[in-house]
Write a protein that binds this ligand. Sequence first.
Ligand SMILES: Nc1ncnc2c1ncn2[C@@H]1O[C@H](COP(=O)(O)OP(=O)(O)OP(=O)(O)O)[C@@H](O)[C@H]1O
Length: 225
Amino acid sequence: MEEMTFNIKNINKTYGNKVIFRDFEIDFYRDKVNCIIGKSGCGKTTLLNIISGVIKSDIEDFETLERFKLSYIFQEDRLIQWLTVEENIKLIGKKYYDESVIDSVCDKYLELVGIGEYKKYYPQMLSGGIRQRVNIARAFICPSKVIIMDEPFKSIDAKNKKMIIERLKEIFKKEKRTAIFVTHDIEEALLLADKIFILGDSPVNIKDILDNNKNLEKNSLYSLI
Ligand SMILES: Nc1ncnc2c1ncn2[C@@H]1O[C@H](COP(=O)(O)OP(=O)(O)OP(=O)(O)O)[C@@H](O)[C@H]1O
């Protein structure tokens, strides 16, 4: 039987003489939205970067999630400046979809984040919020098993954020994907997460793992961070 979790152990990272992770271990729930919250600078982005292989753990005996099909939404914009919005998305999509369907698949993901009208625009013509929506479409067109999202809704206005979160929830209901999702926004966590990991720091530790059910309250989450 397939394991219910992705177990990641032996995470070690030191910057200068500051120990960020020491023998840290975490179990992410498969096919669930795993949300990570914790105070600024505690090590959340470093954790995402290590587990996805973007930066190396300090020790060799470490297995990343790269063995699964991964897609990412990074905090910063990694769009290719000389390609239009649709070309940026198709660049990823064409690895997985046939030439004959790629236009309609691309349109579907543009609509998912509500930016169909911008498909012929180049990234430098777009606001930060629209660029971030392109990043989301590009990550979701990849039929990834694991999707890593580092503050994916940063710079997106409240109304569109709510719309996108509702649509992503539908996707997560239909498709088997494991999301590992960092946010500072407790409302986002409550709207999208299945499980909420509260991280402490120096070195990083798991203070709590909560089931996001209707009994979970915003104020109780604030008090845990
Ligand atoms: N390349 C680096 N060199 C030195 N220190 C670093 C480097 N990257 C991160 N750090 C330090 O490691 C710690 C964890 O950083 P990280 O960006 O992972 O935190 P975070 O929890 O994601 O923060 P935030 O919530 O503000 O985005 C911070 O103290 C940061 O200053």
